[in-house]
Design a protein around this ligand. Sequence first.
Ligand code: MEV
Length: 437
Amino acid sequence: MHKPVSGFSKMSKQDKIDWLARTYFSNNTEAINILRQYWNSDTKLQQLHDDFTENAVSNYYLPFGIAPNFLINDRLYTIPMVIEESSVVAAASNAAKFWLNKGGFHAEVFSTEKNGQIHLDYFGEKNVLFDFFQTIKPRLFDSVSEIEKNMKKRGGGLKDIELIDSSGSLDGYFQLHCTFNTRDAMGANFINSCLETIATTLEEECLGYEPFLKNSQPPKVVLSILSNYVPECLVKAWVSCPVSALLKDATDAKVFAQDFVRAVEIANTEIRRAVTHNKGIMNGVDAVVVATGNDFRAVEAGVHAYASRSGAYASLTKATIENEEFRFSIEIPLALGTVGGLTSLHPMVKFALQLLHKPSAEELMQIVAVAGLAQNFAAIRSLVTTGIQKGHMKMHLMNILNQLEATSEEKEKAVRHFVKNTVSHSAAVEFIKKLRA
Ligand code: MEV
């Protein structure tokens, strides 16, 4: 085991790399070259990326894929997707094409409220705390007026502050539940700055409040932070068509629709299936969230919590057949931004937003929800018919060929061969072996 390193963050980029090479690669120049080969030759662009995070030593590429032909609310979109899983973009494109001549996707934003809490400890008289809160509430609002200035100009800001008694769940636990409108910004910094200022103001106001001095200890701020659970920032997307339009043959179409609905019912009943079902949805959601420079960890955490809102983790999508009409929908909470953060810094993010017609945050919520729904449609369509491996392995073939260091000519021959033959790792190895013999 090597010794702990001290002052790492203060070392130069080269010293950091040298330390890594010395410590983990016996000073191997090949290891250093791996890092260097991903540096951008444009030093300004490289510096921009280095500045995104502490201790950056290189860049980590992910493919930027394109899924065209998404008709959403009668407007055509070309959706950028950043994802390493080979079949995801193909699945999205197939689903887009499938729904293109069936009215496309529809989407609607229900609400865009974000929230954060100041979590308090308080063991005194409840009435005293509630009276105190009513007295200081206007001052709490005043305290963020400077921070809010720009956000207010754009029609956003702090909407409300509510004192909630949560002592029934945890002894002495109260919270200030604050709600915000952050317009087209994800707003994390804005919300957290507001919360910390409100918390400081609350503590200051406690000092001079007589009843606390007389009767009980004042409330103590434990922590203040936004919540990534945003069920009031909700979007819905759906597709629908007559069952008979799902497949050429009417009987096949009926069986397909019934199997499809059954698959969603199973995901609604069995957590083991629900998690994988929702993972497939997040393949689409995350890919667009990352491409547009948004925080996919926040989205993931919030969406999965929403999937458990009934107390049992369940499917995020619904499928029904009513009066011979097939309907498939998704409802998810999404706190997204199209201004601020990476959106104005990362050239690829700017490019992605341009592709999406420079959307507002609400429009982006709709696009992302559609990407999730499309992904789930493609997955279930494969699962209840051919299974996913056929398509998946076809897409994965290129990865196997790259592992085998196949030449372009070998790749071309392999792709042709596997149009009619089942792809597996061993079959690909065998094929290349024969070619080379
Ligand atoms: C794979 O990344 C996603 C699927 O497993 C989703 C699903 O099972 O619904 C295909």
